[in-house]
Design a binder for this molecule. Structure first.
Ligand code: B12
Length: 251
């Protein structure tokens, strides 16, 4: 079977919500020595995006969405440990504290991002899903990570990324941390609007931006001053927000 045919089957088994097949195809891809991220991006994720579009169009309903999510998890159960293997004997790049924001239980993408960051030398603490704004800020204060990473998949929960930034600002500690955001309804423009330092469209971008921001942090001896951050290699590294970084976020 060609790689392209395998990727098509991967997408299809997610669309029909076949967890057993997803698991088997993930194993098959490893036997064929296909890089796990290639199978995720070119196969399984393509399927879950179709499911999302059909759900959004009212062609699929919640039970189907859940089945597809379960199939996705069955594939990731095989692929994630392989993704994580990049972690062996690497220099530590920095510490990351991650969550899916308050009100949101989507965690598939965030898990991939966390695994990839970890595979690339970051030490990641993932607080899970539906993490309340206040609790997350308390955890930031006690764990003092280099990078705060927030995922949101709903248009109704993405503003909670901004609320966290607003609270960090209120507590006078915003400048101590690099803040990265991501998830389907977010964008580079959104990140800039809420005063985040970086946005990643996918896990590969998340790693690239995290490394870039850490390099800047190290060279400046502190979090990169927003005013000095230029858009390097695309628009994902944010420039200075205009006015109050969290102005766009309602209380
Ligand atoms: C799977 C899924 C579910 C699963 C989630 C299972 C799980 N454990 O995660 C279940 C069935 C539970 C679910 C529930 C719901 N869902 Co849902 N879901 C999806 C779906 C189809 C796929 C999401 C996914 O896993 N994508 C695959 C991953 C790999 O991609 P990703 O999440 O985007 O992550 C990548 C990037 O965004 C980025 N990234 C992600 N996070 C971060 C963080 C950082 C810091 C960085 C840098 C990068 C980054 O990197 C990742 C890897 O490439 C989406 C459709 C879509 N297009 O997103 C709908 C979708 C998000 N869901 C939707 C809805 C409406 C719901 C429900 C409200 C449905 C309901 N009526 O109950 C509930 C919400 C419950 C809640 N309170 O959270 C809507 C949201 C619409 C909107 N405008 O907000 C969508 C868009 C579907 C649609 N088209 O209508 N859902």
């Amino acid at each position: 079977m060609s790689h392209a045919a395998l990727f098509d089957r991967m997408a299809n088994c997610i669309i029909v919500g076949d967890a057993e097949e997803a698991n088997a195809l993930a194993r098959k891809s490893l036997e064929l020595q296909i890089a796990p991220l290639e199978s995720i991006d070119n196969g399984f994720v393509k399927g879950i995006r179709v499911v999302g579009d059909r759900f959004g169009a009212g062609e699929l309903f919640l039970p189907e969405l859940v089945m597809s999510a379960e199939a996705m998890k069955a594939a990731l159960a095989i692929l994630e440990p392989e993704l994580a293997k990049g972690n062996m004997a690497r220099e530590i790049q920095g510490n990351v504290l991650a969550c899916t924001v308050q009100g949101d239980i989507h965690d598939i993408g965030k898990r991939i991002v966390c695994t990839m960051l970890s595979a690339n030398g970051f030490q990641v603490v993932d607080l899970g899903v539906n993490v309340k704004v206040d609790r997350f800020v308390e955890e930031v204060k006690s764990r003092k990570p280099d990078i705060v990473a927030m995922s949101a998949l709903l248009t109704t929960t993405a503003p909670n990324q901004g609320k966290v930034i607003k609270l960090l600002t209120k507590e006078g500690i915003r400048k101590d941390y690099i803040v990265m955001v991501g998830g389907a309804p977010t964008s580079a423009a959104w990140a800039k609007e809420i005063g985040a330092d970086g946005y990643g469209e996918n896990a590969t971008e998340a790693v690239r931006i995290a490394i870039e921001l850490m390099t800047r942090k190290r060279s400046q001896g502190a979090r990169p001053d927003a005013a000095s951050v230029e858009a390097v290699g695309g628009a994902q590294l944010m420039g200075a927000p205009s006015g109050n970084p969290a102005q766009a976020v309602a209380d």
